[in-house]
Design a protein around this ligand. Structure first.
Ligand SMILES: C[S@@+](CC[C@H](N)C(=O)[O-])C[C@H]1O[C@@H](n2cnc3c(N)ncnc32)[C@H](O)[C@@H]1O
Ligand code: SF4
Length: 414
């Protein structure tokens, strides 16, 4: 039995599954949008249909979070910046009508520089997006080509400037390092160029070859481990000098600009997940349970659960709507759910919290899991012996070695 006295903070994740084309390294649930020649419906209709499905999905989730307020929203993908601004407006206004959104909520959208112009940024800002996460990856045109990006470095620079001009003052830049054929100088140059824009956040990911990607079947030549490590260490120094706090394995933020949404994941908070393949994690004080839920993965199957008729209205198969003209399909978007065991909870907490460079208090473990720290005590003691964590009184923190061998550290709790 868990023992929740209060429930963790609650976030909302919204998945948008389309991209212009699929990048060869990417294993996200993202799909190339049909080219204009092969389109059965246009982009506007597709987005309207998808937003209708998202709203249905959210309505189905409401009973699990009655009365709770949302402290952050993250629209990820895929490439959510492809969404038509009208559809985004509709989505955010429906969310506001259905949920209690905290007035200070962080509302982030991921953006690919090859999909945005000045007008779109202005419209996204007006719709209520107050934080952007931009997929820059590198400022080196040859590398951008090698990793199959749809934009040049010039477009990436322009996109950052246009976003700032549109009023966005809270921007994350995603950079990847250890790219095919990348030199140490080039990786450092990417960081130096990113710093110039004075954005509030930077995510710095080492390129990984993920199963079921083009890069996994045709692996490019990557820098060796020593060079990759040097890229990481030198980048950390440059970012620290520029005023960025390294608060999570791959995340750097200016003062008070940590990504509140991601921080909630790493601190084992609760989140609703809506959209194709989206995952959620919800604690229940009455039942004293933590449940994971995930949605139908393929966008077509997901949208098929909420079909649109030819005139764009929601089509028939369930109950009649109020005016009797349209019927709304009511099939569940849920693909599965699982109640977490005490052991799962301990492991999943550590899987997330061990990523935080500053560590966490044992009080956080109790608050977010409803369990005493003794649940993971044997794992913590083993990790201390292996010098992967430090444990002083009520504070637990990964060592430099723990951060470097994070998989080994996390495996202790499996
Ligand atoms: C959903 S994408 C961001 C938005 C948009 N789709 C884009 O790519 O511009 C999330 C980020 O994950 C990172 N990423 C994706 N696949 C990766 C991989 N195999 N290795 C390291 N980082 C990866 C990239 O930096 C990417 O910007
Ligand atoms: S644009 Fe982003 S989500 Fe889409 S395939 Fe490329 S990395 Fe993946």
């Amino acid at each position: 039995m868990l023992n929740f006295t209060t429930l963790p903070p609650l976030s909302l994740y919204i998945h948008y599954p389309w991209c212009v084309r699929k990048c060869p390294y990417c294993d996200f649930n993202s799909h190339a949008a049909p080219s204009s020649a092969n389109k059965i419906i246009n982009d506007q209709q597709r987005d309207e249909h998808y937003v209708s499905a998202l709203i249905r999905d959210l309505e189905q989730e409401l009973p699990s979070i009655w009365g709770r307020s949302i402290h952050s929203i993250f629209i990820g993908g895929g490439t959510p910046s492809l969404i038509q601004p009208e559809a985004l407006h509709h989505l955010l206004s429906q969310i506001n009508a259905l949920l209690k959104i905290s007035p200070m909520a962080e509302i982030t959208m991921e953006a690919n520089p090859g999909t945005v112009d000045q007008m779109k940024f202005t419209e996204f800002h007006a719709a209520g997006i107050n934080r952007l996460s931009m997929g820059i990856q590198s400022f080196d045109d040859q590398l951008l080509q090698k990793i199959g990006r749809i934009h040049t470095s010039q477009q990436a620079r322009q996109a950052i400037e246009r976003a700032q001009l549109a009023g966005f003052d809270n921007i994350n830049l995603d950079l990847m390092y250890a790219l095919p054929g990348q030199t140490l100088e080039s990786a450092i140059d990417d960081i130096q160029q990113a710093i110039v824009f004075e954005t509030t956040h930077l995510s710095h990911y080492q390129l990984t070859l993920e199963p079921n990607t083009l890069f996994a079947s045709q692996p490019p030549r990557l820098p060796d481990d020593d060079i990759s490590y040097e890229m990481q260490i030198q980048s950390q120094h440059l970012l620290a000098d520029a005023g960025f706090d390294h608060y999570e394995v791959s995340a750097y933020a200016k003062a008070d600009k940590q990504c509140r949404h991601n921080l909630n994941y790493w601190q084992f908070g609760d989140y609703l997940g809506i959209g194709a393949g989206a995952h959620g994690k919800i604690s229940d004080a009455a039942q004293q349970t933590i449940t994971r839920r995930w949605k139908v993965k393929h966008p077509q199957d997901y949208m098929g659960l909420c079909s649109l008729s030819a005139d764009g209205s929601l089509s028939a198969d369930g109950s009649l709507s109020a005016d009797g003209s349209t019927k709304i399909k009511t099939s569940s978007m849920l693909a599965g759910e699982q109640q977490l065991s005490r052991h799962d909870i301990g492991f999943e907490f550590m899987l997330n919290a061990s990523r935080l460079t500053g560590g966490f208090d044992s009080e956080l473990f109790y608050r977010q899991t409803g369990l005493a720290i003794t649940q993971i005590e044997s794992g913590l003691k083993k990790a201390v012996e292996l010098e992967l964590i430090e444990w002083h009184l009520h504070h637990i923190k990964p060592t430099q070695r723990g951060l470097q061998y994070l998989n080994e550290l996390q495996a202790i709790f499996l």
